[in-house]
Design a protein around this ligand. Structure first.
Ligand SMILES: [Zn+2]
Length: 325
């Protein structure tokens, strides 16, 4: 059975793609960058300004499509404070801007503000228009069904869960530590072991651990498959799943492969609430007022300039008339 890394290696030398454009605009910060000649690794920073990569740009591209039906730059998102969102260990490269635009808060498992999607407070249910999660679900404790069911319960009926996670095209999701119950880590020479006692009292030691960027909290618990994810999402209560397999070279989103793509899962059709619609309408009216004010100011300056030019031309004519014999 091929591993995810195997798939990555298999396409690493698959050649280059040609795109009509040679530059892209980072959809996180708006900076213009040169498009790499070959599709970069998803984690390679390719925006010279904010350090965004294909994964983070793909995530925000998907969020924009889901909320506004259009791939807006994050810097151009309308300010809709009645839209409520929650992030789990989101990158600062987009979390701060999201907090500026929406009623959004970023959270963490091991530091404040804390939040554990496996054990959310019941106060969190039905509150959110969107949830964001990038490279988190492969690390949450088993059964992962609990985390996905909680995500679904936390959303409003029209809410959307936008996330990325490493997944393969295998038939099923592979859980690395089935029956994890009472467990801890042990250090043996230069190796970290996971020791588990199952609910039946059986002790088992695992030594083939995969850590993402070090630390016990980033232990890879499973390798999802696309089919397995779709099945898990449906079981959790999501009725619609969209996977963005398109390249978007204008935003620097070009990929080497067709898995581990951004996913949007919905409970129902997305719809703006009355409050969100009012926020948008007020913002539109405000922008129209600003535009009219700018236009008036421009026309006034233009009129003054024309009048000044007219006065100068008149004065010149008078001078030349006076000088006539
Ligand atoms: Zn950027």
């Amino acid at each position: 059975m091929g591993t995810l890394e195997g798939y990555r290696q298999a396409v690493y030398h698959a050649g280059t793609r040609s795109h009509a454009t040679t530059t892209f605009t980072c959809n996180l910060c708006g900076r213009s960058n040169r498009l790499p000649e070959t599709p970069p690794e998803p984690e390679t920073p390719t925006c010279a300004s904010c350090g965004s990569n294909v994964r983070t740009r793909g995530l925000i591209h998907m969020l924009s499509q889901e909320l506004f039906g259009s791939p807006l730059l994050l810097t151009e998102f309308p300010r809709v404070k009645s839209l409520r969102g929650l992030g789990t260990s989101d990158s600062e490269s987009y979390a701060n801007r999201l907090a500026d635009r929406f009623d959004y808060r970023n959270t963490f498992l091991h530091r404040e503000p804390r939040f554990d999607i496996v054990h959310p407070s019941s106060d969190e249910f039905g509150r959110y228009d969107f949830l964001l999660s990038s490279e988190v679900l492969e690390h949450v404790l088993s059964p992962v069904e609990t985390a996905l069911q909680n995500a679904c319960r936390m959303l409003k009926p029209s809410g959307v869960f936008v996330f990325t996670v490493p997944y393969s095209l295998e038939a099923t999701t592979s859980e690395h530590f089935a029956g994890l119950h009472d467990f801890g880590f042990a250090q043996l020479s230069d190796r970290t072991l996971l020791v588990n006692r199952t609910s039946q009292g059986e002790v088992r030691v695992f030594d083939d651990l995969i850590f993402h960027c070090g630390g016990g909290s980033t232990l890879e618990m499973r390798e999802f498959s696309e089919a397995g994810l779709r099945s898990l999402l449906a079981t959790a209560g999501f009725t619609e799943v969209r996977i963005d397999g398109e390249d978007h070279p204008e935003s620097g989103i070009v990929r080497r492969y067709s898995w581990s793509l951004p996913i949007a899962a919905r409970k129902g059709p997305f719809a703006f609430s009355k409050d969100a619609t009012r926020d948008l309408a007020e913002q539109y009216q405000e922008s129209q007022k600003r535009l009219q004010s700018l236009l008036r100011s421009f026309l006034l300056r233009l009129a003054l300039k024309m009048r000044l030019l007219g006065q100068r031309a008149g004065a010149k004519r008078n001078t030349s008339n006076t000088g006539r014999p």
